[in-house]
Design a protein around this ligand. Structure first.
Ligand code: A2P
Length: 272
């Protein structure tokens, strides 16, 4: 079976494809439109965007123009990190739905526990407020699942304590040599699926000699090892590319990294 057809089951029983097409840093307009459309035509059924990426309109248009039934596509978007009020979150959701031109999203997530301008700041109360709004959206059925991104253990604990719904996912920066073990293990212990963004370390891992060695052994590219690794770690993999060749290559990962090589990759430490 192709990786494109493989799924996980979220903690609310919704299925989610293991491989997603990530759209971070893909500019709105023809580039986002063409690359998303190409990914969908190539068999990707999971698209990840965010209001702050500024490309929801093009991504949504590609979804409509693909002719693929809406229910056959898993679509994620995100609440901007700086919005930490209940009403602000409801409003931002409406904006995303309008931009995307869809009736619902499959997954709506809080983009980060703090605004990017104050990374690491304590916004616990704001996150609880935003989470209440996501719960309300979930109750309407316009988000089939809700989750978080970039949440540390303490941020997750606050939501677990005060919310009524356990986040379905925690989307974090996760790649060979940088797997945020404490967050990963805590999330997984609470049945919160880890989604791996930047599985290629935004390209910085591609000349890593250790990973190259593994790639040669399996007769694949470094990017393919990186993506396969994230999937074998039980995460959703979200590689981003605007090149057709890479979009195809990144979905061609139906090989298995053996236990010994996984152990080797698990020990690597990346500076990226
Ligand atoms: P591009 O977008 O120009 O196609 P990440 O997914 O970790 O954020 O990494 C994205 C970066 O890796 C982008 O610069 C992207 O290039 C590049 N990239 C994506 N897939 C591949 C691939 N299969 N081989 C080489 N580079 C890739």
């Amino acid at each position: 079976m192709s990786i494109l057809n493989e799924t996980y089951t979220l903690n609310n029983e919704i299925t989610i494809p293991k491989l997603a097409f990530g759209t971070w840093q893909i500019p709105n307009g023809s580039v986002a439109y063409e690359s998303t459309l190409f990914a969908l035509k190539s068999g990707y059924r999971h698209i990840d965007t965010a209001l702050v990426y500024g490309n929801e309109e093009s991504v949504g248009k590609a979804i409509v123009d693909s002719g693929i039934a809406r229910e056959d596509i898993f679509l994620t978007t995100k609440l901007p990190a700086e919005i930490k009020t209940y009403d602000g979150a409801l409003e931002a959701f409406e904006t995303s739905i309008k931009n995307l031109g869809v009736e619902y999203v499959d997954l709506y997530i809080i983009h980060a526990p703090w605004p990017w301008s104050d990374k690491g700041g304590d916004y616990t109360e704001g996150n609880i407020e935003a989470w209440k709004a996501l719960e309300a959206i979930y109750e309407t059925g316009r988000a089939k699942a809700i989750g978080v991104s970039n949440f540390a253990v303490k941020d997750l604990e606050a939501i677990l304590e005060s919310g009524t719904i356990v986040p379905a996912v925690n989307q974090i920066r996760f790649f060979i040599g940088s797997t945020q073990e404490e967050i990963t293990q805590f999330s997984q212990s609470k049945d919160i699926l880890i989604e791996a963004y930047s599985p290629l370390a935004t390209g910085q891992i591609l000349d890593d000699a250790n990973v190259q060695k593994i790639a040669e052994k399996y007769g694949v590219t470094v990017a393919q090892v990186c993506i396969r690794y994230t999937i074998q770690r039980g995460t959703v993999s979200l590689p981003k590319s605007t090149h057709e060749e890479y979009i195809l290559q990144n979905a061609d990962v139906d090989f298995v990294i053996d236990d010994e090589d996984m152990a080797f990759l698990n020990e690597l430490v990346s500076n990226a």
